[in-house]
Write a protein that binds this ligand. Structure first.
Ligand code: AMP
Length: 122
């Protein structure tokens, strides 16, 4: 695949771009978002390039989607108080900028920011 067709997340998975990686398995990687919107803001990303968004992932590999959600829960417990918001921006009109399926995991360790924050800014 030409470099221009590969997502920035594929380049992180390949080790070509540095990232603050907190989880790495056969099928998933998780790292800190470069522009965090909460005290904990992770991205959980399937390693496959096959799915552009969560709707495609749910239709194509529901088991991998379930694994992603379980990983988000585990990471929120490990890095925060276990409560978390899971966001999948789906489509440019909804704010998606990277078309390689990923979940935003937001947690504020019992603080106020998630309750008061806007969803529109992600
Ligand atoms: P979305 O807008 O839902 O497609 O989310 C893409 C996210 O990727 C944004 O929150 C960006 O801040 C984040 N992002 C972009 N480049 C990087 C990078 N090199 N390392 C970590 N996060 C990134």
């Amino acid at each position: 695949m030409a470099d221009t067709e590969r997502s920035i997340f594929s380049r992180i998975i390949a080790g070509e771009i540095p990232a603050d990686v907190v989880f790495d398995s056969d099928r998933l990687i998780a790292f800190r978002d470069i522009a965090p919107k909460a005290r904990l803001h992770l991205l959980v990303v399937p390693k496959t390039e096959e799915y552009r968004d969560v709707a495609e992932l749910a239709a194509g590999d529901p088991g991998l989607l379930a694994e992603l959600v379980a990983t988000a829960k585990h990471l929120a417990e490990e890095h925060s108080d276990g409560d978390f918001r899971l966001i999948f921006n789906t489509g440019a009109g909804a704010g998606q900028t990277v078309f390689h399926v990923h979940a935003h995991v937001l947690s504020d360790n019992g603080g106020e920011s998630l309750r008061e924050g806007s969803l529109a800014e992600l």
